[in-house]
Design a protein. Structure first.
Length: 395
């Protein structure tokens, strides 16, 4: 059991992606509540599948087949073994230490970031190498101004590139701050300033979302602005290459709660657009006919970057219905729930997301989600179905 707990910690530290690439965690919500540790792992883990060779013709070009039939698990231990093989050890090797930049250079960079953010009289009292601490940076130097947990200011420096990849002010939540009320336009201008402090350009990173939400700590809430920037390709946002920040304004001054350059461990393949939007809709509708006899009410289609996943494949294996999670009795009689198939591949592609909405019909007691809208991912290069999602919750 200790091994399982350690694996779960590895997964939660490694995988920060919260995109709705699969909805297995929603399939049997009441059952899953019984084992929160397993739920978190199922909702966030990423399984490596790889790419097999195949052909898809578009004009005179020949393309590799993208989607690979996912592995079917016969036991929970088999799933854990896959996860362990993918994420490997958290220990930093001597070779990794030797390939890191000098700690003095990293410390100077961290101090320079504090000056940029106008922090005075702050000294780092802890410094260490951390592995899998910040998404997209395998190893970082973490500098902290406090030895107490959940206190102080942290700055993370990529140990190979030497740039600042994370900043957070853990002291902020203890301060009684009443932030200024500003407009969304004013907040956007401030967020752009933060982006530039991390030596990132608006030409490279485009603002995807910015909104104000309450930040709660010890029963008290304060309004905080949250902004996400991502790289874009052909106008599509790539959430796997992003910059995130949360901040507030006090007397006209920017106060940053956290800022992170978070590049997930997902390989983005900048595939060319060959399949038209109209062709993608036709492909998706043909697939949908095999999954349901629902009458289509409307279809929305958008060019997006999504992670290849097994959601549509699994629906096909289960007659178009949402499959239940497998269950297995673990140690001490606990019931463990896990997906029968691998959930995702470690690649992201440009796809046409064809979102199909249905006319509501008679309730099916054997299929309570029968009329939920369905997103089908059609690869813009090969025309393959490379995944999908139930994103009806967004409605």
């Amino acid at each position: 059991m200790n091994k399982n707990k350690e694996l779960n910690k590895i997964i939660l530290n490694k995988v920060q992606n919260k995109i709705a690439i699969s909805n297995f965690e929603k399939e049997d919500k009441e059952k899953m509540i019984k084992n929160k540790r397993i739920i978190k792992m199922v909702a966030t883990f990423v399984i490596s599948i790889g790419i097999t060779i195949g052909v898809a013709y578009a004009g005179y070009n020949v393309y590799e087949k993208i989607f690979k039939e996912p592995k079917k698990y016969s036991s929970y231990d088999e799933l854990l073994q896959d996860i362990e093989e993918k994420h490997g050890e958290k220990e930093i090797t001597d070779e990794e230490k030797e390939s890191s930049i000098d700690i003095n250079i990293a410390r100077d960079t961290a101090k320079e970031m504090l000056k940029k953010l106008e922090y005075e009289n702050e000294e780092f009292v802890e410094e260490d190498l951390k592995k899998n601490y910040v998404a997209g940076a395998d190893i970082v130097y973490l500098f902290s101004t406090s030895k107490e947990a959940n206190k102080g200011i942290d700055v993370a420096i990529d140990s190979k590139k030497g740039n600042t990849v994370m900043f957070r002010d853990l002291n902020l939540k203890y301060e009684n701050i009443t932030p200024d009320t500003i407009t969304k336009e004013e907040a956007t201008n401030k967020a752009n300033e933060i982006l530039e402090l991390f030596n990132l350009s608006q030409n490279e990173y485009k603002l995807k979302t910015i909104e104000v939400m309450p930040y709660y700590f010890q029963g008290k809430g304060v309004d905080m602005w949250y902004a996400t920037y991502t790289k874009t390709y052909d106008g599509a946002f790539n959430y796997f290459e992003r910059f995130e920040t949360s901040f507030m304004i006090k007397n006209g001054k920017v106060i940053i709660e956290q800022a992170t350059i978070a590049n997930d461990d997902i390989e983005f393949e900048n595939n060319p657009i060959v399949i038209s939007k109209e062709e993608a809709v036709k492909i998706a509708k043909e697939k949908d006919k095999k999954l349901t006899d629902n009458e289509i009410e409307s279809i929305n289609t958008a060019l997006e970057i999504r992670q290849v996943n097994s959601w549509i494949y699994v629906l096909e294996q289960n007659g178009g219905k949402y499959p239940p999670l497998k269950q297995e009795e673990g140690e001490n009689g606990e019931i463990i729930y896990y997906p029968e198939y691998q959930v995702t591949q470690d690649i992201a592609r440009k796809v046409w997301v064809v979102n199909i909405h249905y006319k509501k019909g008679e309730i099916d007691p054997n299929n309570e989600k029968k009329y939920n809208s369905k997103s089908i991912f059609v690869d813009v290069t090969t025309g393959e179905i490379v995944g999908g999602a139930d994103e009806s919750y967004l409605e």
